[in-house]
Design a protein around this ligand. Sequence first.
Ligand code: KIV
Ligand code: ZN
Length: 501
Amino acid sequence: MKRIKIFDTTLRDGEQSPGCSMHINEKIEIALQLEKLGVDVIEAGFAVSSEGDFKSVKAVAQAVKNCSVASLSRCVKGDIDASYNALKDAQSPRLHLFLATSPLHMQYKLKMSPEQVLERVEQSVKYAKSLVNDIEFSAEDAARSEPEFLAKVFSVAIKSGATVINVPDTVGYATPQEMKELVEYLIKHIDGIEKVDISAHNHNDLGLACANSLAMVLGGATQIECTINGIGERAGNTSLEEVVMALKTRESFYNAYTTINTKEIYRASRLVSNIIGVPIPPTKPIVGANAFAHESGVHQHAVLSNPLTYEIMRPEDVGVPQNKIVLGKHSGRHAFSEHLKSAGYDLAPEQIDEYFFKFKALADKKKYVSHKDIEALMTGTAKNISAGYELVDFDMTSSKTSKSTATITINTPQGIKTATESGNGPVESAFLAIKKALKKDIVLFDFHINSITEGQDALGEASVKLSYQGNTATGRGVSVDVLEAALFAFIDGLNKLQDDD
Ligand code: KIV
Ligand code: ZN
């Protein structure tokens, strides 16, 4: 059986999607979860694109020990140097270079002839190879390139030192049959291809990203590029969870396997969703709330008699926590810390104290605390985001006959600030009061609220997207009081924006 390497690009292609920007500490938190998941490569960013990206690639390269860390570069010396410098501390660095090869991209975007493209690939890959051994070369828009020219480009890349050649369907246009045949064609026509990995990178514009990646495995690909929850440009990338579970569930059909620890999938999915503030649709394969729910009576009956009747995977295989009541008001620090350990959280004693305090506050308001509640307390709370702003107090009103009002008191680096505002509802009033208190023209461009568990005392989870002076941030807050959750989310977002100042 063939081992398929998993190249995760949540932090690069995933972050490129609108509204998915992440704070550097959140990127580290995701990278550490990807490491636990056992991915082979983490693409941490596009180092030259901004100072923030450079710092994030560097921080991820320093934090991660058990997998390769890659940074994207155009075939330009400055890009390659930036990636190389950002990756200097990586245990196993990979330089990922790309250049478009389709007639459309060469003519209208690059304004380069095919000969110039070949020459640039040779120079750039050779230069990258003089710095680092592990070089991936991607032919952007490969799916719409002339196969003969593509084979020439990849031959040059391999001769110049590439260790991985990536075949992207950049615009999500191809069909599974075409992508499989393209890989077969490349294998037949490229000298030395057996020495390198052939990588699949598919976008989901027609909903075919996962199918195309699997078809490429059948054709001979040995690496799949994917993101958690399938986030990415436009309709996104191949979903890691879908492609990994397809290979696991149909291992003998594909005659291939990955070394992903699938029990960490659910946690990774929730973490990314919480951090970017994008909820997972209930019907999302593998990680959606309904992915393992059997609603119809006929199905329920059959599953009780034999789960195999309707279940092709078990929720525990992907780490879905069962919504069991685990702790309550009287549970002590020891029980709490044992629970965290068994759920896979590895925390220092001071961090356990901090979360135990939060847990106690929750248990005072909520009779029973479930796995999902604890996960909500723990996930997405990236470490070391400065607590420059803190919510001190709030008073909000809402009525059918008059405008809502909110009085908010915040502790800021400049001291305590209070303001009152009125608006169309308590959330708008609170946001206006915060802006007034801080005298900052922050823009709120997205707001969600949803409940984590069922029942009257369910924990509410709020997420906001804020922007200020060209920077954007996602804030998240959790509380049994949904208005307090919204305020926590605003404050969390403000702290992340402040870190970017
Ligand atoms: O979609 C694409 O072509 C890419 C490349 C940069 C690999 O993301
Ligand atoms: Zn892409």
